[in-house]
Each structure stands twice: as C-alpha cells, then as structure tokens.
Ligand binder design. Structure first.
Ligand code: KDG
Ligand code: MG
Length: 408
C-alpha cells in the first residue's frame, strides 16, 4: 500500500496545534503532531508546501527510509521547524504501522518495561501559600512528583507561575494571545537566587522527603550562577534542576557539574541528537528533556534515548500543553517501552482541546498509561478542530530590570 493523502490542520481550542494526517491507499489514517509554539504556521507551510507532495505514493511502511529522505534529502538539516515537520510525518507513519499490526505502538517498540509511567505535575503560586496549596492539591490527585515554580519578590509575572491565585492548578499557559507582538516580562537573577533555596527548604519541611521535587531554571542563569545555585540546593534533594543555563552551549554544564551533585536535565529547545553529543558522552546531564514533537519523532527519539542509556542517562520527555495530545501519546508509548525511563512531564490539556483530540491514555495515582488501542490511541475530530480558527499567540519576551533582553 502507499500514502494517498497528506493533510495539515491548524486548530486553536484555547491554544494553537498543528496536526498532520496521513491516509493510506487502503484508508488507514495516521496522526502526527507538528506544533511549534509561536511559530506554528512556519511548520504548517514546511509540511504543506515542501513535504506533502513528496510523500504521496511512498510505501507507508518504510519509516526509517522516509525519515532519512526528509532529513538528508533537502541538504539543509536540523532546526526546530524542519525537525517538527519530520516528527509529524514519523509519528503518523508509526501510528499507521501500529494500527495495521492491531497493536498499541509500545508493543512495536519492544513491549512494556513497566506498568505505567510516573508523571510530574506543574505546581506554582505567586507566593509560598499558593504554591503549598497547589502541591497539596496535586498530592490529593495522586501525583508523587511536582515541578515547583514560584513568584520572586520584586518581580511581576514570571515564567511558570500561574497568576490565577491559590487552588487553581491547570491554568498556566505561557503563549499569550497578545496580537502581533509578544508580551514582556521582567527578570532579576539575583532576586531569584536569594529567594528560591528558602522555598525548597519550606517544601521539604512541609511535605517531607518522599515527594519528588523538580524545578525549571528556564535558561536564565550564567554557568557560575547555575553552579552556585545547584550546589546550594543539594540538601533539598531535587529530582532535577532543569535548563539552568542557555541550551546552546553544552560546555556550560561542565562548570555546574564540577560544583554540584544536583541532577541536571536539559533539552526542550534541542532538536537533534547532536545537541546532546557532549552532554551525553561527558555525562554532564542526568535527564534528556527533548520533546518527541521537536526532535524528529519516535524514530529519532528512540535512537537518542538508546544513546543516552549507554551513559546511564534517563528520559524526561517534554510534555507541556504546547505538545498536542498526539505528541503526548507518542511520548507515553516510548516511556512505557524504553528501559532508561526517568519521568514524564504532564500538563493536562483543557476541556476544549480534549473535545478536539480524542485521547485514550489514562491517569491513575500519579502514573499514565498510553492505552491499549491500536496505534497511538489519539484521533483528531476534524469537525471539532475546524471550529477553532488559528489565533496568533506568542511566548513572552524577557527583560532584565534595566531593560536588557534576557533569556525567557
Ligand atoms: O513552548 C515553551 C514551553 O513548552 C516551555 O516554556 C515549557 O519549560 C517548559 C517546560 O518545562 O514544560
Ligand atoms: Mg522547561
């Protein structure tokens, strides 16, 4: 059989998603996620203008060959737009292959290595009381791991902190519908560094030692600031400190590693195994944070995680709301199958999104299971999707208090 139809859909049920649909000549449909937050139309155009027609007539079973064709074929390699486009094709072809086999995708990846995948939730609060309330709420829902982000004195709205007040848990969405330009936030690393260790100390006092605590530095520290911070928070036993320095410079983490045993995670802005080469071979990280959606799909992510496994490095696949339920399902099938699974990020999608994407993954006591349905286990309701028009939305820009642009 061959690929007969390739369609790209853009829908915005509260936030934007780009989804690829591949239909085979015998009518089997596969779905792929191509969402790149704030640059959705670039990936959609890459797929519809440059990829779709090349796929027509190809054998849908030749996943590795199609991956290499799209990666090596155009000469220009890597980059988030290209790799998100390749990821969508790859996911859709794996979805088709597993549907044809009548098996959930994880079976084709080697079968289950565990009963479910431990997920972490996003707990945040503008102050400690709100954060404490959010953590308690997640524990009541069964979560055993939480990422904690909190407001910093002297700063307004900052990354990762819901401004909706205590008790509200699932409502943080960094991409803002602010017209033609991104909104702006302010930042001061000195205030952050003096505030954050005390927050971890209080969490340990209030919640004990069992709770897994994660934290995201969102690329804002210099190597020496990150080294000092990672060392200072060692007593609070973080599961990981994420993205402590900007992602481009792999060697920056050498300095952090020399000074601290706090586990490190990085990679949500990476898009290929080559972004990790130094980090993995020098054992500078403990967790790989790439998204299946931004790193070339299941084929590429499996190779990346197998490479990491050789060095004792585990997975921590990116799973914020800007990864669609299709991309999330792809992550869950990999999580269940690989040996070196660490943890999975889980920011549940809102009700509108879940009307558009019909999911079958299940949550129980802090663990997700990808589903026993053949394929990825997620279907797009195209009529529901068509009702939500693309709406421009951008991630914020970050400035230091003196106006200098800083990493967001
Ligand atoms: O699109 C950007 C978000 O996915 C990112 O800011 C979320 O840092 C993030 C995380 O760890 O989920
Ligand atoms: Mg992050």
């Amino acid at each position: 059989m061959t690929i007969d139809l390739v369609d790209v859909s853009i829908t915005s049920p509260g936030r934007n998603f780009v989804t690829l649909k591949i239909t085979t000549s015998d009518g089997i449909v596969g779905w792929g996620d191509a969402t790149l937050n704030g640059r959705e139309l670039a990936v959609a155009a890459y797929l519809s203008e440059h990829v779709a027609s090349m796929l027509i007539g190809r054998d849908e079973d030749r996943i590795e060959d199609t991956w290499q064709y799209l990666y090596r074929g155009p000469y220009w390699r890597r980059g988030p737009v290209t790799m998100a486009a390749i990821a969508a094709v790859d996911m859709a072809l794996w979805d088709i292959k597993a549907k044809k086999a009548g098996m959930p995708l994880y079976q084709l990846l080697g079968g289950a290595s565990r009963e479910g995948v431990r997920v972490y939730a996003h707990a945040s609060g503008t102050d400690y009381a709100a954060l404490q309330n959010a953590i308690t709420g997640y524990q009541e829902l069964g979560y055993t791991a939480v990422r904690v982000q909190t407001g910093v004195p002297g700063l307004g709205q900052i990354y990762g902190v819901s401004s909706s007040g205590p008790g509200v848990r699932y409502d943080y969405e960094p991409a803002k519908r602010s017209g033609d330009r991104p909104s702006e936030e302010t930042w001061d690393t000195r205030n952050y560094l003096s505030h954050m260790p005390g927050v971890f100390a209080r969490i340990r006092e209030d919640f004990g030692t069992d709770l897994r605590i994660l934290h995201d530095g969102h690329h804002r520290m210099s190597p020496i600031e990150a080294a000092r911070f990672a060392k200072e928070i060692e007593p609070y036993d973080l599961f990981w400190l994420e993205d402590c320095t900007p992602g481009e410079d792999q060697t920056a983490l050498r300095l952090v590693r020399q000074h601290s045993t706090t586990p490190l995670a990085i990679g949500e802005v990476f898009n290929s195994v080559f972004d990790y080469q130094t980090l993995i071979t020098e054992r500078l990280i403990d967790y790989v944070r790439s998204a299946v959606t931004h790193t070339g799909g299941i084929t590429a992510m499996k190779k990346l995680l197998d490479f990491a496994a050789i060095y004792g490095i585990k997975s921590g696949i990116h799973g914020p709301t800007d990864i669609s339920p299709v991309g999330m399902a792809a992550a869950l099938h990999l999580d269940l199958a690989i040996h070196n699974f660490g943890i999975q990020e889980y920011m549940p999608h809102n009700a509108q999104t879940l009307e558009v994407f019909q999911t079958s993954f299940t949550f129980d006591q802090g663990f997700l299971h990808p589903s026993e349905q053949p394929g990825l286990g997620v279907e797009l309701d195209e009529d529901a999707a068509a009702a939500h028009e693309y709406t421009k939305a951008y991630l914020p820009v970050n400035r230091l208090l003196d106006g200098t642009i800083h990493d967001w």
